[in-house]
Design a protein around this ligand. Structure first.
Ligand code: SF4
Length: 447
């Protein structure tokens, strides 16, 4: 909370974007939530809880909804996952809790866990938003957290609950990282991500924005704090490395998504080509449709079976009218002052799985914008300045505590796992917060 204004109140508001990106999964009201909660079998050793990276006690929070104890239900969720509201809207539940629900075995609809979780969390957020727990007694210890995304937020919450000062440093103007700037608006609106962080901020987490911590500053933070948590996520999206890539009209998917979410752009040109077939590529393609593009193509060097996006995301994109060009890659981007077309090379897969151009099978698409979503680099230079071990640019940690090869440094989220879900970052951050507190206790005991 900078000055007195809540983060939620600082959210850029665009009626246009709100109108174009209505809720993909509208929330339950009480008349729908209670019968749904009563369908749950409240399994012992529930597979849904085991499938949740933060191990939310699903049967417990659902039972509390069924008995009308919404505050208790929200507390059960928050105890395990401080970002329970955003996870309810961003988690790929088909491959997590709902995918594990035992009702599948009986050919029944799985429990709508995500919408019940959202129902409980929104009742708390709407009724004055008091966090059902408070900071622990002050220990005099402090931790600097680099990056203000889900991993750092979850870590900071655990630290504050144990009386440890938590100072978050983020390069952007608002907290939340990909939660705030990177998740499709019809899944998690920017303002709702901030509303959730306002709840967490009640624990007394301190925030510093528009701060890009460099190696010198990192060394200074290491000196002035008892430990450092690295929640820096991943770096820039990889470049295509082809002619015409510098033309106006070539953008990377994350900047593009952040731009419409913050209302900086409210429309997209007629014809758009998106390079890549992961979840981010799908989000960028769907966003282009919602922003008014008439023709949107996703271009991918392999086939639908090899795409990294979830099957339900692929289905969704087809429903939005996105078209797919398989087994092709961009050779060059054409245009005088800005993008006018993209030249594609058709590819075939050889016996050893490598891709080779199919001679004489080039394809040209007339487009006005090219969005690339082909994976992100890592912040290896910065991370190495912390004198910590990396593997393939990713931070190596003790999976039980989040501790890195440099004992004073802990890490979690995408800079460790290479880019997974919000809930994975929350699980990492939580584990590291607990790990840091135990390590500081140990330090204190040995002092
Ligand atoms: S597995 Fe399904 S039925 Fe069992 S507790 Fe979880 S949500 Fe309820």
């Amino acid at each position: 909370m900078s000055g007195s204004k809540k983060f939620y109140e600082q959210a850029p508001v665009s009626r246009e974007i709100a109108a174009r990106f209505p809720d993909l999964h509208p929330p339950f009201d009480a008349t729908a939530a209670i019968p749904e909660a009563s369908r749950c079998l409240y399994c012992f050793d529930a597979p849904c809880t085991a499938a949740c990276p933060t191990h939310i006690d699903v049967p417990a929070f659902i039972k509390k909804i069924a008995s009308g104890n919404l505050e208790g239900s929200a507390k059960t969720i928050l105890d395990a996952n401080i970002l329970g509201a955003s996870c309810a809207r961003a988690c790929p539940v088909d491959v997590l809790c709902e995918g594990a629900c035992v009702l599948h075995r009986y050919n029944k609809q799985p429990i709508a866990i995500a919408r019940l979780q959202r129902f409980a969390m929104e009742s708390l957020l709407e009724n004055g938003s008091q966090l059902p727990f408070s900071p622990g007694p002050d220990t005099g210890k402090s931790v600097a957290l680099i990056g203000g995304g889900p991993a750092s937020l979850a870590c900071a919450a655990e630290l504050r609950r144990r009386g440890i000062r938590a100072e978050i440093f983020d390069a952007r103007a608002l907290p939340g990282g990909l939660n705030t700037y990177g998740i499709a608006e019809y899944k998690l609106p920017l303002a709702d991500s901030l509303r959730e962080i306002d709840l967490l901020a009640q624990l007394g987490v301190e925030f510093h924005f528009n701060v890009t911590v460099n190696a010198t500053q990192l060394a200074e933070l290491e000196r002035s704090h008892d430990a450092v948590f690295l929640g820096v996520g991943l770096g820039a999206i990889h470049q295509l490395g082809i002619a015409g890539e510098q033309l106006p009209g070539v953008v990377n998917a994350l900047d593009y998504i952040a731009a419409y979410k913050s209302g900086q752009i409210i429309s997209a040109p007629e014809r758009v080509a998106v390079i890549g077939a992961g979840n981010t590529a799908i989000d960028a393609a769907n966003a282009s449709v919602r922003l008014g593009s008439r023709e949107v193509h996703i271009i991918y060097r392999r086939g639908p079976e090899q795409m990294s996006a979830f099957a339900f995301e692929y289905e969704h994109a087809k429903q939005e009218g996105v078209e797919f060009v398989w087994h092709a890659k961009p050779a060059s981007i054409l245009g005088k002052d800005r993008v006018e077309a993209i030249e594609l090379v058709r590819l075939e897969t050889t016996h050893d799985g490598s891709l080779v151009p199919k001679p004489g099978e080039n394809l040209r698409l007339q487009v006005d914008m090219v969005v690339f979503a082909i994976g992100q680099s890592t912040y290896s230079d910065f991370l190495e300045s912390g004198r910590i071990k990396l593997e393939r640019g990713r931070v190596v940690i003790d999976r039980a505590t989040g501790q890195t090869s440099n004992p004073k440094y802990f890490a979690g989220g995408d800079c460790v796992n290479g880019g997974r879900e919000v809930v994975d970052a929350v699980a990492d951050g939580k584990r590291a917060g607990i790990g840091i507190a135990a390590w500081l206790d140990g330090q204190h005991a040995n002092a």
